[in-house]
Every structure is written in C-alpha cells, then in structure tokens.
Design a protein around this ligand. Structure first.
Ligand SMILES: Cc1cc2nc3c(=O)[nH]c(=O)nc-3n(C[C@H](O)[C@H](O)[C@H](O)COP(=O)(O)O)c2cc1C
Length: 352
C-alpha cells in the first residue's frame, strides 16, 4: 500500500494508523455484538451487478438532485459526529471538501463548529441533522438553520438513547474531540461534560409540523426509517425525504441490514418520497447497488472520518473522488450514461 489510497479500504487502513486509538474505535464501532454493523457489509456484498455490452457510454453524467439541490454525483457526507477527533478542522474541512467536488454535506447536531460557522464555510448544499433532545433545545436551535444557509432538516429517528456496547471506549475522550459547539450559548442545556443529557425523546409523528415550523418550513427528511409502515406514515405526514439507514449499526444491534430494507421501503412509498441510503457503503459498486434498489443518492459516514484523518479537507475530497470514480466505472460497464438508467434489473439479489 502506498501513502496515496486508491480505495476506501486503503484509506481506512492508512488513516487508522494516524488516528488516536480511542477515536479509531469510536469511529469503527457498532454496538453490542456488531451484528447489524457487519451484516450491512455482508448483504451489500451479496448483490451482483449485471454488465452490458455494445452501448455507447463514452459520455456519462453522474449528476442528480436531492430535494432540488444539485450535486455532481449521488454520494454525500453523512452527519457523523465527533469530526474534530479525526482532524482539528472537523466539519469545516468536510464542508470545504463536499463543496469542492460538488456534493452535499449533512452537519451533525453535535458538531464542534457552529451552524453559522459551517454555513459560512460551505460552498455546496448543506443539510442539518437534528436529534430532539428536549423541546427547549429544539426551539432554540432550529430557527437558526435557514438564515445560516441550510436547505433541509434531517431528523434522526433511530436513536432513542445509548445502547450497550461491548467495545468499551473507556473514560478517555479522543484528543481534540469537541461537541455541541452550536449550543455553547446555552450552557444551562448541557451537562457537566458539555453534552446534552439524553433522557429519551418525547417526539411523535403529530409533532413533525411543529418541527417544520421552527425550521422555517425547510423540507424534512427522516433518517433511520426501517420498515414499510413507518415509511408510509412519513409519506402521509408529507415528509419530503427518507434515509433508509440503521445508523451504520451504531445505535441498535439486531436490526437487519439497511440494504435488505430497501425493497420494503420502495414497495411502501415508491417515488412519493425521495429515498436515500446509508450504512456500509465502501465503494462505487456499493453506491450503484443501493441506487439500483431505489436510492436517489447515498450517504457515507465512517469514510468521512477516515478522509479527515488522512488529510483534513484534502483527505475527504480524496475519499469522495475515489467513490465517485469507482461509481462512474460501474455505470460505464453496466451501460448507463445517466443515473436514472440505474434500475432494479441491473442487479441480481441472492437466490435469483
Ligand atoms: C463517528 C460517527 C458518528 C455519528 N454520529 C451521528 C450523529 O450524530 N447523528 C446521526 O444521525 N448519525 C450519526 N452517525 C451515523 C451516520 O450518519 C451514518 O448513518 C452511518 O455512519 C452510515 O454508515 P457507514 O458509517 O457504514 O457509512 C455517526 C456515524 C459515525 C461513524
């Protein structure tokens, strides 16, 4: 392996040698027995892609839109907290990298840099990911998004508190890790460690309109929808987007892989709601697999951290470009010149 990674696996291997051991574990870990985290990878790997012959693929267009935001390829930076633990520039570096390659970043609620700082640094589209910790915090916070330049609100719905971990991180924090920068003006809402107490959310479907109103009418995306019934409810509540995600297996162990969920969600809501995918994407081939099963675009989480650790904004840019160029090659080999040509029959699921 050279110092210049050519794949996400190489990027991970190289970056992990540079990361503090607590941060390395924090990024890589799932929860409990890591059953869900590992299944995400296994099930993606079981999907075959169908090559096509004698099609003119000399010009290919990877661009798409997500809720009206234009992106150069369908690969976006997931809201993955703790970014200053991987590089001091943290979310600012990710905003620079995403903007430089023409894609979107989602800022995690617990970011070190404030929403205003990231808004000012961004040159591409930015969405904001929220967890509802308390009414007071949500009310203080969401009205700041639109003025800072955020174009959608992602509400994470698959995290209702800490889940047991076998991979004990110990008491140590990763050096450099900072969080909840946006809340520092309200120390009364943070605990003695500077984080928000997580007592279990009191948010329910009937309160989504309240959230939207607070966010000034921004489109709403629910992250962590894992069954057809919830997807249907989301559509009925006029939610604009869904991220089919199991949080990379980091919140709950025992759920099936994200990719296995895709057909159920697509069957439930079709194209009424924009569907995005995350959990386990490590190559352009994986991006293609998820899109063939109905994703409009995908998010990557851990690879953002590995890119940061590799070299700040430059490292994240490299990570995105590796995935983008791999995805481009898969499109060529499957006879696709635009992303809307990636359809269900371009992949083969196990047993078929
Ligand atoms: C270090 C780390 C921190 C994360 N923090 C959050 C978070 O604050 N909010 C959230 O919705 N998802 C969070 N996630 C989950 C990601 O948004 C995403 O769902 C997941 O990482 C996708 O799986 P992948 O890492 O296999 O790409 C985090 C992920 C990582 C790796």
């Amino acid at each position: 392996m050279t110092d210049l990674p050519m794949s996400i696996a190489e990027l991970q291997a190289f970056s992990e040698t540079k990361m503090h051991k607590v941060q390395r574990k924090f990024v890589a870990r799932g929860v409990a027995a890591n059953w869900t985290r590992d299944r995400n990878r296994q099930k993606l790997d079981e999907i075959g892609v169908v090559p096509r012959a004698l099609i003119d693929v000399s010009v290919r267009d990877l661009a798409t839109t997500v809720l009206g935001d234009e992106i150069n390829f369908p690969i976006m930076c997931a809201p993955a907290g703790g970014q200053t633990g991987s590089h001091p520039d943290g979310e600012i570096a990710v905003a620079h990298a995403a903007g430089a390659v023409g894609t979107l970043m989602a800022l995690p609620v617990g970011s070190a840099y404030t929403i205003e700082e990231v808004g000012a640094a961004a040159t591409g589209p930015i969405w904001f990911q929220h967890i509802h910790y308390s009414d007071e915090l949500t009310e203080d916070f969401l009205p700041r998004l639109k003025p800072a330049g955020f174009t959608a609100l992602i509400l994470t719905v698959d995290a209702v508190g800490p889940f047991p971990m076998t991979d004990d991180l110990g008491e140590t924090m990763s050096p450099g890790l900072r969080s909840f920068g946006s809340f520092l003006h309200r120390p009364d809402l943070l605990d003695e460690h500077g984080v928000t107490p997580w007592v279990g959310p009191n948010l329910t479907w009937d309160r989504l309109d309240w959230l939207r109103e607070l966010a000034g009418g921004l489109p709403l995306v629910l992250k962590g929808i894992r069954n057809g019934e919830d997807a249907t409810r989301a559509r009925d509540h006029k939610v604009e987007g869904i991220v089919v995600s199991n949080h990379g297996g980091r919140q709950f162990d025992g759920g099936i892989s994200s990719i296995e969920l895709m057909p159920r969600i697509v069957e439930a809501v079709g194209s009424d709601v924009e569907i995005y995918f995350d959990s386990g994407i490590r190559s352009g081939l994986d991006v293609y697999r998820a899109m063939a099963l109905g994703a409009k675009a995908v998010f990557v989480g851990r690879p953002v951290h590995w890119g940061l650790a590799y070299g700040g904004a430059e490292g994240v840019r490299r990570m995105l470009n590796i995935l983008g160029s791999e995805f481009d090659k898969v499109m060529a080999y499957t006879g696709c010149t635009s992303v809307d040509q990636i359809v269900r029959t371009n992949v083969i699921l196990p047993g078929n």
